[in-house]
Design a binder for this molecule. Structure first.
Ligand SMILES: Cc1ncc(COP(=O)(O)O)c(C=O)c1O
Length: 375
């Protein structure tokens, strides 16, 4: 019988390069908020009917003023994650036998959200190895083909995608989608809170972010921005409970997660201004890895901290090493480096976001030593 109660986190003091985790590390303010607001429905002390209407704490101001400005949209909502935001949009726009067009690098949650909303999925393929790029004109081809089969109610662009960290030409894709009267949703789970991105500047109709992935927040929590024209479809209210919005099941993040998101917000605004430095650091890291013949795939030069690598050398080692394909994970763990999935050697992704350069130097040295030791 395992012992429950307080459980220490094994990787707490490790160098963390896990793409899922680097942008979700809490600010000092968020750590304090976690304790202050940790009790269940703590934010509901002065509720007047719905989460976004709460004035104390200032969730109303955050959702109605701060967030729309930050996302570059007209209307914003809090969700329980990026996936819930995508699902809300798809569900609100869905019609029988209709289609959604997804980029070929879309996250699994975009597919699952579409399935749950009863939409058929058409894919815009990427260019394959080594760039895996999404070319805007392919959206036109796929939308045109798909329109022959039924209504296309939405297109999605993963910006950047969660495998290669590629940033396609979103403005051009938005323009193409609009030529076909198809609204575009930007899945910015890896962008909002890390890099400057505004829905309006790109010309999209919806923008989605993930608090626990990129906004220094406890999770799960997400943000959704939209154009005003879509608010009547998205913010439809219950017939019986007049204040409750149906797509959000009344209230979404009704507890500590919204308070950590708000607590970290000033820190997030500041860090977004440092994005150029993060890109520079990612490019430096990529070049150092390539000196070890660990090749970075995707956009080159790279424009994001999330990077995908290919290593024939580590793969060859894994075929002979005593611990087999787990050797890399175990060697990194020994050096207190967390983030590359157990068993991966030939292909793996990592993130350098907010990881100090001195720590990244340790990571590079670790790869060097591991390769030397096993070669
Ligand atoms: C590109 C991308 N979108 C969406 C998600 C899901 O985010 P959330 O956990 O906020 O639903 C992920 C999670 O890995 C992702 O990588």
């Amino acid at each position: 019988m395992p012992k429950f109660g307080f459980i220490e986190r094994q990787t707490k003091d490790f160098i963390n390069i896990d793409p899922l985790q680097t942008g979700g590390k809490l600010s000092e303010e968020a750590k304090k908020a976690l304790v202050e607001w940790g009790d269940g429905y703590s934010v509901c002390d002065f509720c007047t009917g719905r989460l976004e209407e709460i004035k104390t704490p200032p969730i109303y101001d955050f959702v109605h003023e701060t967030l729309p400005e930050f996302l570059g949209c007209e209307v914003a909502r809090i969700t329980n994650g990026a996936r819930e935001a995508k699902f809300a949009v798809m569900h609100a726009l869905a019609r029988p036998d209709a289609w959604v067009v997804l980029d070929g690098n879309a996250h699994y949650t975009s597919y699952v959200a579409a399935e749950r909303a009863g939409l058929n999925v058409a894919e815009v393929p990427n260019t394959g190895h080594p760039g895996f790029r999404i070319e805007p004109d392919r959206y036109a081809e796929v939308i045109e083909e798909t329109k022959k089969k039924g209504d296309v109610v939405l297109a999605v662009l993963t910006y950047p995608d969660g495998n290669y960290g590629n940033l396609p030409d979103a403005k051009r894709i938005a323009k193409i989608c609009h030529e076909y009267d198809v609204p575009l949703l930007l899945n910015c789970a890896y962008a909002v809170g890390r890099m400057p991105v505004k829905m309006k500047e790109i010309g999209a109709d919806f923008i989605v972010g993930s608090g626990h992935k990129s906004m220094a927040s406890a999770g799960p929590i997400g943000v959704l921005g939209m154009r005003e024209d879509y608010s009547s479809a998205l913010l439809r209210k219950s017939a019986k409970y007049k204040k409750k919005e149906i797509e959000f099941l009344g209230c979404t993040a009704r507890g500590v997660t919204i308070m950590t998101l708000i607590a970290s917000f000033p820190h997030v605004v500041e860090r977004v201004k440092q994005w150029d430095k993060e890109v520079e650091k990612a490019r430096w890291f990529s070049a150092k890895m390539e000196e070890l013949e660990i090749v970075q795939l995707g956009d080159k030069p790279h424009n994001h901290d999330l990077m995908f690598f290919e290593s024939q050398k580590l793969y060859e080692i894994s075929k002979k090493a005593k611990k087999g394909r787990y050797f890399l994970y175990k060697e990194l763990k020994k050096r207190k480096i967390h983030g590359i999935k157990p068993g991966l050697t030939k292909h793996f992704k990592l993130s350098t976001y907010m990881v100090p350069k001195e720590q990244l130097e340790i990571v590079i040295r670790a790869f060097e030593e591991i390769i030397d030791r096993y070669s």
